[in-house]
Write a protein that binds this ligand. Structure first.
Ligand code: PMP
Length: 408
């Protein structure tokens, strides 16, 4: 086996008591053989698997690790709150404080609904858009991920055509296809989902074309529909505000999760005044949605976001990685496709005739994993502010060694 004895033994046990041995995005089923399934420890920028092997972790938990695993100040805020009250018969004052903090931080936001997972937030966004004017049709970019509920999960098993009946797909960044989808919705358009940039698996990332973002805003204004930016993955990694702030387009709703409490379980839907009446009609709730400790962690996370240079740090680290890997690619005469914002890099390899060479990507990532760098072959990765330029240098040197091996 390509992973250690403790990982191998846990996989065998999991096979018996967990469907497929693991499920969802954290299943290593599609990852290179050297990717361990089970981990024992995480600190700062590093992960240790159950066999004690260390990795520089470029997946950051698929997003939650923004400022470093087990961040001392954030975890102290979490634990202090846990010692007073957490999930109980009613919320604590920190729910109001946190809603105020988000409304102060995110330009378009006038209110917040808190929940636990990204899918909770995108599902409430969908419901709010429909409740807004009682309309049904919702536009989504083809291939975009918005969660794993029946209306959005990428695999059709367990869903019905009716679950997907009122969704119309458009091509990201393509104004004509967005306009055609809006025309198809006619006077029944409830909302438009947009990812802050195109961060789909298996394909090169694309930054948003301002013309596309502006068209989405204009269509929603004309048809009295709601524009939803799904900032769950990119939130606070592009800006200290909604990710579309930089291009000057304000959504009516934005969904957040992953990094907002730096790893503690919390997500939220933020909305503008215009979307408030729709949100006020919904019945939405969850046993753990009002729990205080993750909210205390999020308040501390927002404070660090406002007062530190974490964003500039992650961009500088991402830029250094991108530049280092480009040089390694030139040395080995390998075309490395590095797309998207450098702090959320997707790294794939050129194949024949403009295609992606997924086989080379898998072999490359396998070599990186063997040498203690957790790279992903077809999903965007994440830079943590806990990484150092030394970690980046080690990663670039490792990439050089792996490509030397592969290119013989
Ligand atoms: N939207 C986006 C853009 C995401 O990246 C994700 C998670 N990968 C989700 C929604 C769903 O979030 P969760 O897995 O927390 O339900």
């Amino acid at each position: 086996p390509a992973t250690g004895p403790a990982d191998t033994a846990l996989r065998a046990r999991a096979q018996k008591v967990i469907p497929n041995g693991m499920y969802g995005h954290q299943s290593v089923g599609m990852l290179p053989a050297a990717a361990p399934q089970f981990f024992a420890e995480a600190k700062g920028a590093y992960l240790w698997d159950v066999d004690g092997k260390r990795f520089v972790d470029f997946m950051c938990g698929y997003g939650p690790n923004l400022l470093g695993y087990r961040h001392e100040e954030i975890d102290a805020a979490y634990i202090d709150q846990l010692r007073k009250i957490d999930a109980a018969t009613g919320p604590s004052a920190c729910m109001v404080e946190l809603a105020e903090a988000f409304c102060g931080q995110v330009g378009h936001a006038d209110w917040a609904l808190f929940c636990k997972n990204g899918t909770d937030a995108t599902t409430m966004a969908l419901m709010t858009a429909r409740a807004h004017q009682g309309k049904r049709k919702v536009l989504m970019a083809q291939g975009a991920y918005h969660g794993a509920s029946t209306w959005c999960t990428p695999a059709p098993a367990g869903t019905t055509p009716e679950d997907r009946a009122h969704f119309i797909h458009y091509t990201y960044n393509d104004v004509a296809s967005l306009e055609a989808a809006a025309a198809e919705a006619g006077d029944d358009l409830a909302g438009i989902f947009a990812s802050p940039f195109k961060h789909d698996v298996f394909v090169d990332q694309e930054l948003p074309d301002p013309a596309y973002a502006e068209a989405a805003r204009r269509i929603c204004d004309t048809k009295d529909a709601l524009l939803i930016v799904d900032d769950i993955r990119a939130g606070f990694r592009m800006a200290r505000d909604c990710s579309w702030q930089a291009i000057g387009v304000a959504p009516d709703l934005s969904s957040w999760g992953k990094a907002i409490a730096n790893g503690h379980p919390l997500s939220c839907l933020l909305g503008s005044e215009r979307a408030r009446a729709g949100a006020e009609q919904l019945y939405v709730t969850g046993s753990f949605w009002f729990a205080a400790a993750a909210m205390a962690a999020s308040l501390k996370t927002l404070e660090i976001i406002r007062t530190s240079d974490y964003l500039e740090t992650t961009i500088a680290l991402g830029d250094a990685l991108r530049q280092g890997l480009a040089e390694v690619g030139r040395t080995h005469n390998v075309g490395i496709r590095q797309t998207g914002p450098s702090q959320m890099p997707l790294i794939m390899f050129d194949g024949e005739e403009g295609q992606v060479d997924y086989g080379l990507g898998e072999a490359f990532c396998n070599g990186m994993l063997q040498r203690g760098v957790y790279f992903h072959p077809f999903h965007n990765m994440f830079i943590s502010a806990a990484m150092t330029q030394g970690d980046i240098q080690y990663t670039v040197e490792t990439a050089d060694a792996v490509l030397s091996d592969l290119r013989g």
